[in-house]
Write a new protein. Structure first.
Lengths: 209, 318
């Protein structure tokens, strides 16, 4: 006999695996828990593709070269379905301007088709992109595809962007293209003053077709 | 938005007259309010300008006389496109709506609530009966204007279109797309006819020759490619230029392409305005720091530019 998730949770309560400390009935709480799990993950908000996508980008995860100017930046994350399952067959393409806000349209600098590992994790080693005329915020473009899922086109923004003056919640609208607070990610700085580096986590959730 | 950016004109700096084509001014219009978007009717009979005061103004040519002022209300326009005879003018908006105006009477002829988000580009078939719209990052839609019904949706691999054009004979619709592809469809049904996928970066401009037998595309790859729109095969190719191509139009002779280039590091900065003779391969720089806008070439030879000083200027390519 296959137990439902609700049955399993009730069994956990009966056997002491779960303790309920609430005035609400355990039955209602267990139903809410199961509902939350069914809801899965919210798809990552789309954001427009913007300029200068280029086909046939290389498969490297290391986009910065030795001695490249700019703040070294690592971006990591996983690719998920909206049901909460990792998508190891996903392909993550990223492209961005260099630290001075210049896109390489003659070659493939700061462009990659990132491999995703067996647990659907991706990593990219790059530099913090610069600002450029006509665009307010620093950003990295993403195109994420996976079999059976709608392609995700979006952009990653940084809470440390000077445009936000330290308060992305209040100043989000300064760039009219940033339409979701969720795309503005916190930045973790590490290292010492001579070799500072930034780290950002950016999860990608795709909608099923 | 991108076309508006690269279409903006920064200063006028006419280059030295070169062998072949040259650019000569035909006249100027100084609108009452700054112009954000312009279009010139393909028959050369009218110019349209969406102004910062949210009014659409129409000027008759060759007199350059203001003939209509239409209040756009809260519509924020993203692009304009005339039908071939200038009788209809379509305007797309940030809110996803598309309005079609009767240009002789200066009234709204039709309004189509077509897209759930901003529409970047719009094109009208030569007779004004078909409308193609490109919502941001969504598939192009083909509409029957009179019936107000959608005929087809034209999907790409991902994202949406960066430009649209009907062939002058009204039989074909071409789209250029963010996924770097070029597609040609039957304009009546939306059925695919041909495709071209040899570009690495996005095409940003397209135009059909007057006989509808050649389609030229150009963009971030910095090349111009002349295609057979029935097959998608390459007829002519202009070698890589120093800058990306932001706009292009084919003159009435069917052989000469006029193209505008822009600075990839600052898309507001126009670079060379050049001509390319597809038959001989000859390239001439007409001007620098200048780009035309307004939907291409009118009457086979006229280009419209708008400047930061708010002046609309009409040029003839000779």
């Amino acid at each position: 006999m296959t137990l439902t998730r609700r049955d399993l949770l009730e069994k956990c309560v009966a056997l002491g695996g779960v303790s309920v400390l609430s005035a609400v009935s355990p039955s209602l709480l267990l139903e809410a828990w199961a509902e939350q799990e069914r809801a899965g993950r919210q798809p990552t908000p789309a954001n427009e593709i913007g300029p200068f996508y280029k086909r046939r980008a290389p498969g490297s995860t290391m986009l910065r070269s030795e001695g490249d100017p700019g703040l070294p930046l690592s971006v990591t994350g996983q690719v998920w379905s909206a049901r909460g399952q990792g998508l190891p067959e996903a392909v993550v393409e990223v492209w961005q301007a260099d630290h001075l806000g210049r896109y390489d349209i003659d070659g493939y600098r700061y462009r990659a088709r990132l491999p995703v590992d067996g647990t659907a994790k991706y990593t990219v080693e790059t530099v913090m992109p610069g600002h450029y005329p006509g665009r307010v915020c620093q950003h990295i473009h993403y195109l994420v595809t996976a079999p059976g899922h709608r392609p995700l086109i979006t952009q990653l923004y940084f809470a440390t962007d000077p445009v936000f003056e330290g308060d992305p919640d209040r100043n989000l609208a300064r760039d009219p293209l940033v339409q979701s607070r969720e795309l503005v990610r916190p930045v973790v700085l590490s290292g010492d003053p001579k070799s500072i580096r930034a780290q950002v986590q950016f999860e990608l959730v795709l909608e099923a077709l | 938005v991108r076309r508006a950016t690269v279409g903006a004109l920064l200063g006028l700096c006419i280059g030295a007259p070169a062998a072949g084509q040259s650019l000569s001014t035909v006249g100027k219009i100084v609108p009452e309010a700054d112009v954000r978007f312009t279009a010139i009717a393909p028959n050369g009979g009218q110019i349209a300008g969406v102004c910062r005061d949210r009014k659409l103004r129409l000027w008759a040519l060759p007199a350059k006389r203001l003939v209509q002022t239409i209040d756009l209300g809260d519509m924020r326009v993203t692009s304009l496109a005339y039908s071939r005879n200038g009788a209809r003018l379509a305007a797309s908006g940030f809110d996803g709506a598309v309005r079609v105006f009767d240009t002789a009477r200066g009234v709204l002829a039709s309004e189509l609530p077509v897209a759930p988000r901003r529409v970047d580009f719009v094109a009208l078939s030569p007779d004004g009966g078909r409308l193609a719209i490109a919502p941001a990052d969504l598939p192009v839609q083909l509409w029957d204007v009179a019936q107000r019904t959608q005929i087809a949706e034209l999907p790409t691999h991902f994202a949406g279109a960066t430009g649209l054009a009907f062939s002058p004979d009204g039989l074909l619709l071409a789209t250029i797309n963010s996924d770097t592809t070029v597609h040609v469809y039957d304009a009546a049904s939306g059925r695919p006819r041909a495709a071209f996928d040899e570009l690495d970066l996005e095409p940003l401009a397209l135009d059909f020759a007057p006989d509808s037998k050649t389609l030229v595309v150009g963009g971030a790859d910095k090349v111009l490619v002349a295609l057979d729109p029935q097959t998608g095969s390459v007829r002519h190719r202009l070698a890589r230029q120093p800058d990306p191509i932001g706009g292009l139009a084919i003159l009435g002779d069917g052989k000469t392409v006029v193209a505008t280039c822009f600075n990839a590091d600052d898309m507001n900065q126009s670079r060379a305005l050049l001509t390319w003779n597809m038959a001989t391969g000859a390239v001439t720089t007409l001007a620098t720091g200048k780009s035309f806008n307004g939907g291409g070439v009118a009457a086979g030879r006229l280009l419209l530019t708008s400047a930061g000083d708010g002046v609309l200027e009409l040029w003839e390519v000779r």
